[in-house]
Design a protein around this ligand. Structure first.
Ligand code: SF4
Length: 377
């Protein structure tokens, strides 16, 4: 929510009442910026009133005269976060408690659409789950990486990986989509979510059904146990499809996945996000990958700039460029060197982004550029 023009995070107020924390001024693309909180708690009934106030402030003061500056993030920078928040609050006061106030009955109607499924008596100790997890290593690995805890006991949240090596990230065939629909009907109350990491999620699966689900998904290329690992690459369509691209991105993703197609190594590396965009519009969110790769045009040739240290979620950060760009053929080797630096420097159980934050960019630059980097200092 901190990389959007307007972000809203659901939270509870002091009395337990539902509402939202509001952020503005985020965005990736040409001028990447992290959004700022302008309202720590907004009652949910006021959501539309407050959004309208933000848009009115933007309409009044935003740089509509210049398409490169016609974004809320530019206005927030110009007015300052406090100044923007003041303007929005002043505007909001005109409609607060009236205007587009959302009545409680509307929330009740919405909640009825998302009535929880009949969970039944599933338990985490069901033999149909415990036995195969103890005996079948591939299944256990898939559970470890692709199944997240569910708040309802005996259930899990399953991510079907669309990141099989040799297949463009996020691609699924018509037959696979038919299968996903069938799996959702049978195992997850007919529900499917699409993640911005380009995978598909079955939000509510009984643990005792996981093995049967896994077998079907595995036979059809949907159970690569790599969620949150290096090969779970987020990648835009790039120069193969997009008219705005500076460079191809899918072949770079394919080369990385092929080079690091060793599950033992991936599991040893642990959580690591790698994002690729084919141009500065940043549809692949390269700014917020732990490792980011951006396609750039240099004298009509395709080159790739590497950033390190981006992250989303609670620890929102923009990645920083490590140095001069690389040819496409060099990228797998560059990633290899970055990983070598991490493995050499990490403390026990320390994940990539934590090591990077602890030691900074220098050791990584040195390992990637070697003497060239030392000579520049
Ligand atoms: S980042 Fe650039 S190349 Fe990739 S899809 Fe977006 S506009 Fe196209």
């Amino acid at each position: 929510m901190r990389f959007h023009d307007i972000g809203a995070r659901a939270r509870l107020g002091d009395e337990g009442e539902p509402g939202f924390e509001i952020f503005v001024g985020g965005g990736v693309g040409r001028t990447p910026m992290v959004g700022h909180c302008i309202k720590p708690f907004l009652p949910r009934a006021e959501l539309l009133n407050y959004f309208e106030a933000i848009l009115r402030v933007y309409n009044r003061y935003g740089r509509r005269d210049n398409k490169y500056k016609a974004r809320i993030k530019i206005l927030v920078k110009d007015l300052s976060v406090e100044g923007f928040a003041r303007e929005v609050d002043a505007e909001w006061r005109h409609t607060q408690g009236a205007g587009s106030l959302i009545p409680e009955s509307t929330f009740e109607t919405m909640e009825a659409f998302f009535a929880p499924p009949a969970y039944g008596g599933a338990r985490a100790t069901d033999l149909a789950f415990v036995a195969p997890r103890a005996e079948n290593r591939p299944f256990a690995r898939w559970v470890e990486r692709n199944v997240a805890p569910h708040r309802h006991p005996g259930h899990g949240i399953v991510t079907l990986s669309l990141k099989k090596t040799g297949v463009p990230p996020g691609d699924a065939t018509a037959d696979q989509m038919d299968l996903v629909a069938e799996l959702a009907e049978r195992f997850s109350g007919g529900e499917i979510r699409v993640s911005h990491e380009q995978n598909l999620i079955l939000p509510s699966v009984a643990l005792r059904d996981l093995y049967a689900l896994w077998e079907r998904a595995r036979r059809n290329g949907l159970a690569t146990p790599n969620i949150g690992l290096l090969t779970d690459v987020v990648c835009c369509p790039g120069g193969d499809f997009c008219a705005l691209a500076n460079a191809k991105s899918l072949p770079v993703a394919a080369a990385i996945q092929a080079r690091f197609d060793d599950l033992d190594y991936l599991f040893d590396l642990g959580p690591l996000e790698l994002n690729i965009s084919g141009c500065v519009n940043a549809c692949g969110h390269h700014h917020i990958g732990h490792i980011g790769i951006l396609g750039v045009d240099k004298n009509s040739e395709e080159w790739y700039q590497v950033t390190l240290g981006g992250s989303e979620g609670e620890r929102t950060r923009l990645g920083r460029v490590i140095g001069p760009s690389f040819a496409a053929s060099d990228i797998p080797e560059v990633i290899e060197r970055i990983l070598q630096a991490y493995v050499r420097e990490r403390l026990a159980e320390e994940c990539f982004i934590d090591t990077l934050e602890r030691i900074g960019l220098e050791p990584f630059k040195l390992t990637v550029y070697g003497e060239r980097h030392e000579a520049a200092h």
